[in-house]
Design a protein around this ligand. Structure first.
Ligand code: AMP
Ligand code: MG
Length: 490
């Protein structure tokens, strides 16, 4: 039986509100100790924000906490039950390799799930070993922190430890555990689970709990459940538009990987697009391109439709009317997404106000980028810096024509050119986690050198600063390194 290791003196201040839900939604779990844990990286900024003391977190007791060998005072390890549509097919899932230690209440009074990922088998593990390998856990650390710095809602990473044990995948890999911090781990799949295997009261309990936790502002509304649905739709429309702005491809937008809080979660086979093409897919298992860059907005709507279906029993006492209400909320999604996309793209082009032709101007530019196989990030960066000579299509007639229209468009607004450049700098990152850089960091880490990874994390922490140090991280991989492939089953 694992003992209490991290204490209140270290800043731990855990609550377990999720366990107030009906028992169907979780299973208390025993910890699965590992042999020889070692702290690889600790996120001091996140620690402090959570009210934890970074120096104390480095002590041997908290190492045991991050390894799942002991738990923090006030914690109560559970595995959460959920279902999900994976590549379109409904299935039962649940935390098969994760455990929720509890919810940390921050000094500001905010509540965050503290979850160990890779912490061993649970009743939901099915055939899996419950473990994770070092590479994928560091990958999640690097990319989730980069997403946060890019201003995109995301779960965050507090620490990665190695376990001193091996994990068998295609080869034998060093095992690791990630400590993940999330507004919550409630997913569309949690609602699908309630809808499929719970009764109406259990569904209502989950919904009321989630409203209280994430959308308390809807409680006083005439129909709080409709307002809740609409809020979730709005959050996802905002989130996916933000992904599109930086070329982020999630890779596995199954409903179990869609949070109700609106945070990006589960950095499995995700990657950032380099050459602009809506068809871009990196994940080796996504053979049909279901989760390609250009399809993400549509899939977001599909996932939300599954969510809306689960709420039908609560939306209206008459089923037909409830279905209409759900449909209406889902119909709002594409309009909301378009608005967010337009707003983001205007920012990327330095446009402040709205004109009806903006959409065409933006689309024309994307078409030019696609024709010329331009790098997504570096193209917008060159526009921002006014370095047109860096663009692969700088001499193309179609671009010269477009540039004239764009410049005229900027002149038609009140704001100065300087204002526009500032706006563009805030919307066009100068650095993203380029795939070859992430791989380079992970390869070195697997050989025991963590410096490359730590430097990468630091460089990615200020993506809108256009620093000198970032320049070397903006270069493209050598042709031989393409096409890049990511893997699930991590
Ligand atoms: P993911 O692809 O990480 O979103 O996981 C999908 C489902 O597979 C979740 O229910 C996970 O808990 C489960 N899973 C993934 N990897 C493992 C593993 N190594 N052992 C047990 N369950 C796993
Ligand atoms: Mg998942």
């Amino acid at each position: 039986m694992a003992e209490v290791k991290g204490t209140r003196n270290d800043g731990w201040n855990l609550d377990n509100s999720y366990t107030s839900l009906p028992k169907k939604f979780f299973t208390p779990v025993e910890q699965n100790p590992v042999k020889a844990p070692e702290l690889i990286i600790l996120n001091e900024e996140v620690a402090k924000y959570l009210g934890l003391k970074p120096e104390e977190l480095k002590n041997s007791d908290n190492l045991e906490v991050f390894a799942g060998n002991g738990f923090p005072e006030g914690g109560m390890p559970i595995a959460q039950a959920y279902a999900g549509h994976q590549f379109g097919h409904f299935t039962m899932l649940g935390d098969g390799r994760a455990m929720l230690l509890g919810e940390q209440i921050t000094p500001e009074g905010k509540r965050f799930d503290i979850q160990l990922k890779g912490s061993g088998r649970t009743p939901y593990s099915r055939g899996g070993d419950g473990r994770a390998a070092l590479g994928p856990m560091l990958r999640e650390y690097i990319i989730s922190e980069a997403m946060y710095a890019l201003g995109i809602p995301t779960t965050r990473s507090l620490a990665v430890v190695t376990t001193g044990e091996s994990t068998i995948r295609e080869t034998v890999l060093p095992g690791a555990i990630l400590t993940r911090v999330a507004a919550s781990h409630i997913r569309v799949g949690t609602f699908e689970y309630a809808s499929q295997w719970g009764n109406k009261e259990e569904l209502r309990a989950l919904t009321d709990y989630t409203i209280e936790r994430h959308y308390p502002q809807v409680k006083g509304d005439k129909n709080p459940y409709v307002s809740f649905l609409r809020q979730v739709v709005k959050k996802q429309a905002q989130l996916i538009a933000k992904w599109q702005m930086v070329g982020f491809i999630h890779g596995v937008m199954n409903t179990d990987n869609v949070t109700i809080s609106g945070e990006t979660i589960d950095y499995g086979p995700c990657a950032f697009m380099d050459t602009y093409s809506p068809k871009t897919v990196f994940s080796s298992i996504d053979r049909e391109g279901r989760y390609a860059y250009g399809k993400q907005p549509y899939i977001g709507g599909w996932d939300l439709a599954r969510f809306a279906e689960t709420l039908v029993p609560l939306l209206h006492e008459k089923q037909e009317e409830a279905v209409d209400i759900a449909q209406e909320a889902i119909n709002e999604y594409s309009e909301l997404y378009d608005q967010n996309w337009l707003k983001g793209m205007r920012g990327k082009l330095g446009i402040f106000n709205e004109e009806p032709q903006d959409k065409a101007l933006i689309e024309d530019f994307l078409t030019i980028m696609e024709h010329h196989k331009a790098d997504f990030t570096n193209t917008f960066k060159a526009l921002t810096m006014g370095k047109f000579e860096d663009l692969p299509f700088s001499e193309a007639t179609e671009f010269i024509h477009w540039q004239k229209q764009w410049e005229e468009r900027l002149e038609r607004q009140e704001e100065s050119q300087e204002d526009s450049i500032k706006l563009m700098k805030n919307n066009n990152p100068s650095v993203i986690p380029r795939n070859h850089r992430v791989e380079e960091a992970l390869e070195a880490a697997q050989k025991g050198d963590y410096n490359i990874m730590k430097r990468l994390v630091k460089v990615l922490s200020t993506p809108y600063d256009y620093t000198e140090e970032q320049t070397e991280y903006c270069t493209l991989p050598e042709a031989g390194n393409r096409p890049y492939r990511t893997f699930c089953g991590t």
